[in-house]
Write a protein of this length. Structure first.
Ligand code: LLP
Length: 427
């Protein structure tokens, strides 16, 4: 599952003791195992062995430049949702033509940047967007390729906040309107070649059934579209493959491929997938230091130097992240039920609730596991907290690939108007 393991009672990331990293960078720090991320990417490739599939890693899960650079060099494409993510991909040496661009709110400016860069495909999420993309491409004198993102109305059996394929979600276009949509596109879009169908039904999906259900609906729509003369060449199934945080038993890459490949046989469709969490989720931990223990008549709080501004998933989705000590020996003792909380002034600021574990002592280091996806990318400066450092480990080597922010970073871009400095007067 990942390359974090104990050696002589001490937590290692690949061949590096995590304690050594913490001694270098301080805490809180995200530590990524490159070997784990590449292993998951390879597993997907192998699962689809022999079938044409383009893997477009979903940058939103973790956009760290060093990780993106390593994935680009391994031949991976990218799924983006903003011009900012496109900038990252290009800075990391990713090829624009291997980029697909989704999202319900692309602006004309973002479209323009993506067209100029020459991205592979837009995933269009509304008719208004299709019209704006057509106008923008026309202004630049370019033709672009696109797919319509269809919403199949299936239940992905995942958390409500990360479900995207139900008819009440803001994503995609209703699948039952596909024929109408493609017909309208043929009539009125001049600069867009609509070449496929895109879908993404949710995230942290642990079963294959929602995928096969959505795929069956997509294939039925594609059959109807082809019967009307539309050339459909690609099918993008999106991301969403679940990982183990706690006791989940997610289907494996092999099981996923084995379930969908038979349905695609003979369909003459190029397959794209956009995994994010599957690649990086288990490849990262958040290392944090215990500051205080605080006992109240009803609870035991372990107060650490990292909080919801670093990892918001527990607060936002009630997500479970395992918390383990860096040194096993130091943490032996009777187990108690504790809440692991941060320094943020919010009751929602917790990393773990009701966790049965030996009580860690002040100064002890612990790791919050499976923090590689939607960890750093969702972090903020709330409560005036500089964002954490990021470290990449590869075998026995490690590098700080993003330095911890400083207090100067906190105010970067802010100015105090002269008039305020002089003392405010009524104008
Ligand atoms: N493709 C599209 C169009 C997406 O919207 C997403 C994720 C993905 C691919 C990648 O999904 P993945 O394979 O990583 O599940 N912040 C939430 C997850 C939000 C996912 C948003 N879209 C969390 O921490 O659970």
């Amino acid at each position: 599952m990942d390359l974090f393991h104990y050696r002589k009672n001490e937590l290692y990331c690949e061949n590096v003791p995590v304690r050594r990293i913490a001694a270098t960078t301080g805490t809180p720090t995200f530590v990524y195992s490159l070997g784990t991320a590449l292993m998951h990417y390879q597993r997907l490739l192998e699962a689809f062995d022999g079938h044409e599939v383009q893997i477009c890693y979903s940058v939103k899960a973790n956009g760290n430049l060093a990780l993106l650079a390593a994935l680009a060099r391994a031949g991976c494409g990218f799924d983006i949702v903003s011009a900012g993510e496109l900038y990252r991909v290009r800075r990391a040496g990713g090829k624009a033509r291997d980029v697909v661009f989704a999202g319900v709110g692309k602006t004309a400016d973002e479209m323009e940047q993506a067209i100029r860069a020459g991205i592979g495909m837009f995933n269009i999420e509304s008719w208004s967007e299709a019209k704006l993309l057509d106008r923008t491409a026309s202004k630049l004198g370019r033709r672009v390729r696109a797919a319509f993102r269809l919403n199949p109305d299936v239940d992905a059996h995942t958390h409500a906040h990360v479900t995207t394929g139900r008819k009440d979600n803001k994503f995609g276009l209703p699948i039952e309107e596909a024929e109408d949509l493609f017909a309208r596109a043929r009539r009125s879009l001049r600069q867009i070649e609509i070449m496929g169908v895109h879908m993404h039904i949710g995230s942290q999906i642990t079963e294959v059934a929602p995928y096969t259900k959505a795929l069956a609906r997509a294939l039925a729509a594609i059959r109807r579209l082809r019967a009307r003369g539309h050339e459909i060449r690609t099918l993008n199934l999106g991301g969403g493959l679940g990982i183990v945080y706690h006791r989940e038993r997610p289907s494996t890459a092999k099981e996923f491929a084995a379930a969908i490949l038979p349905l695609l046989r003979g369909q003459n469709l190029r397959l794209l997938i956009e995994p994010g969490r599957f690649v990086v989720g288990n490849a990262g931990i958040l290392v944090t230091r215990v500051i205080y223990l605080k006992e109240t008549p009803s609870r035991t709080f372990v107060i650490v130097d990292s909080g919801m501004n670093d990892l918001i998933r527990p607060s936002l989705y009630d997500a479970y992240h395992e918390v383990v000590p860096l040194a096993l020996r130091a943490s032996r003792g009777p187990r108690r039920r504790v809440d692991i909380v941060g320094p943020i002034c919010e009751s929602a600021d917790f990393l773990a609730k009701d966790r049965l574990m030996p009580i860690p002592k002040p100064d002890q280091l612990v790791a919050v596991r499976s923090a590689g996806a939607f960890g750093f990318v969702m972090s903020s400066n709330y409560n005036g907290r500089p964002r954490a450092a990021e470290v990449l480990v590869d075998g026995g080597r490690f590098w700080t690939v993003r330095r911890r922010e400083t207090h100067a970073d906190l105010v970067r871009g802010e100015t105090v108007p002269e008039a305020i400095l002089r003392g405010r007067r009524r104008s």
